[in-house]
Design a protein around this ligand. Structure first.
Ligand code: FAD
Length: 443
């Protein structure tokens, strides 16, 4: 092969498609029995239950992913939402199509400070001294956080929903770069048919164009000689057979930690990794040190099926008056086929704030009761509650802490959610990481 791609997540699929478009022969190896990684879905009780993403693309039909798909002629449709959607605050949902909606729940005094922050973020060059400041510290420098609680909660819940981070875990420069891109590209969009439909189209295109798509094939080692990558050693999980594939180019979509391990002929296992992380966290707590801000972004997501519509728009309902849930989408407002006829699918997202998973789940349920009261008890059913951490996190590295896609081995490159360029979040960053690597190869 001209190129081997490790991992058929969105980063791997887009890499393979772009390499094929450039006339390369490509083998794509995926250890699971399906493509898509954290950006696909499985049908469960007639619902498109996603493996990660909430069926939403951050910059919608004008974003980087949409442009890449158009360039690759991959059939798809993104149904754009409003920039904000609504806010649940003081026990009720406030619709917020634009700035006026924000005014409605912030009131005149906090709205003044909101505009002032907007000016500082968009129109004033960011002083070098503020660039690396945690965004929470930047806010405290420019507003009185005690007197502007809803305004702080506004930023906090958006960061939790979009980045799975607390405000002290993300730099001011990164928040500003990401916010500017949100306005530059436009509102988020829901994928018609859900993320599974988009992944199916990408996989179909790869097979049509002659790529070897090897599912249930786990890469065990990245082979190299004299500082250059030469291929991979993999195992067919169905038969147990091992195979060697050679190529002068290997693109890895499995993240820096797992890629480095494969170069050293070892594998990262989820159970071992979680144990190591737990021990490291305990050691840090015992030494009363602050936890490092650059670890992966972790989260908890709930799929709820409802008989009645609970969110009256296509966007995100940010929850300012909850303990854990940061935001909720109702993607069936865009595509009713994501759930059985007459039913509504809601997906919640929150940052995982402790190791006590049962408590985190209980707090999510308490929030759903608080948000929807009787209606939740009478009309809603929880389908799944999933935790994202370790080797299956929300982001492999905290936004803004991404690494370079270039590795010390010639011919080995990284794509995916740990090598996103600054300002590009979630799958927009994944798509942009692929574009960046392709530009390097073309140069
Ligand atoms: P992955 O999807 O993780 O792909 C890596 C693939 O490599 C996997 O399929 C894995 O099985 C495979 N693999 C690993 N090791 C090996 C090996 N040794 N050999 C072969 N294969 C291997 N993004 C959005 O844009 N919108 C959202 O609404 C959104 N919401 C999210 C909500 C949650 C709860 C989570 C977890 C993520 C969300 N994201 C969202 C982020 C988005 O899902 C990810 O950024 C994106 O899917 C990452 O793609 P990737 O290709 O980098 O990695």
């Amino acid at each position: 092969y001209d190129a081997i791609v490790i991992g058929a997540g969105l980063g791997g699929l887009l890499s393979a498609a772009q390499l094929l478009q450039r006339g390369k022969s490509v083998a794509l190896l995926e250890r699971l029995d399906h493509c898509g990684g954290r950006f696909t879905a499985k049908t469960f009780k007639g619902v498109q239950v996603s493996t990660g993403a909430v069926h939403m693309v951050p910059f919608g039909s004008s974003g980087v992913l949409a442009r890449t798909l158009r360039r690759l002629h991959i059939p798809h449709r993104l149904l754009d939402a409003d920039v904000f959607g609504s806010f649940h605050v003081h026990g009720r949902q406030v619709r917020a199509r634009g700035l006026l909606g924000v005014y409605r729940f912030l009131g005149p005094r906090q709205f003044f400070w909101f505009l002032r922050l907007g000016y500082l973020m968009f129109f004033r060059p960011l002083p070098a001294s503020e660039s690396d400041l945690p965004f929470s510290a930047w806010l405290a420098r420019h507003i009185n956080v005690e007197q502007n609680r809803e305004l702080v909660a506004f930023f906090e819940r958006i960061a939790r929903f979009a980045l799975s981070l607390e405000l002290h875990q993300v730099s001011t420069a990164e928040v500003i770069a990401t916010t500017k891109n949100m306005f530059r590209y436009g509102a988020p969009g829901i994928v018609e048919g859900g993320c599974g439909a988009l992944v199916a189209e990408l996989e179909r295109r790869l097979r049509e164009r002659g790529a070897a798509v090897l599912l249930s094939h786990e890469v065990l080692q990245i082979l190299h000689a004299d500082g250059r990558v030469t291929g991979v050693r993999a195992r067919n999980k169905a038969t147990g057979d091992e195979l060697l594939l050679s190529a002068p180019l290997v693109v890895s979509d499995i993240g820096p930690r797992a890629t480095t391990a494969l170069v050293e002929n070892r594998q990262v296992r989820q159970a071992e990794l979680l144990k190591q992380q737990r021990e490291a966290a305990q050691a840090i707590a015992a030494a009363s040190e602050a936890p490092p801000a650059y670890r992966e972004a972790v989260g908890l997501k709930v799929h709820v099926l409802s008989d009645v519509s609970l969110i009256p728009h296509r966007g995100i309902m940010y929850c300012l008056d909850t303990q854990r849930i940061a935001g909720i989408v109702q993607p069936t407002n865009c595509d009713p086929r994501l759930a059985p006829p007459g039913k509504h699918l809601l997906i919640t997202h929150q940052v995982l704030q402790s190791e006590n998973i049962e408590e985190e789940k209980a707090l999510a349920i308490a929030d759903l009761r608080r948000l929807f009261g009787e209606t939740f008890e009478r009309h809603c059913r929880i389908l799944t509650m999933s935790v994202y951490r370790g080797e299956w996190p929300v982001n492999r590295l905290a936004q803004g802490r991404d690494l370079s896609p270039v590795t010390p081995l010639q011919g080995l490159f990284l794509v995916g959610d740990a090598v996103k360029p600054s300002g590009y979040l979630m799958v927009e960053g994944v798509a942009q990481s692929v574009n960046y690597v392709l530009d390097l190869l073309d140069a």
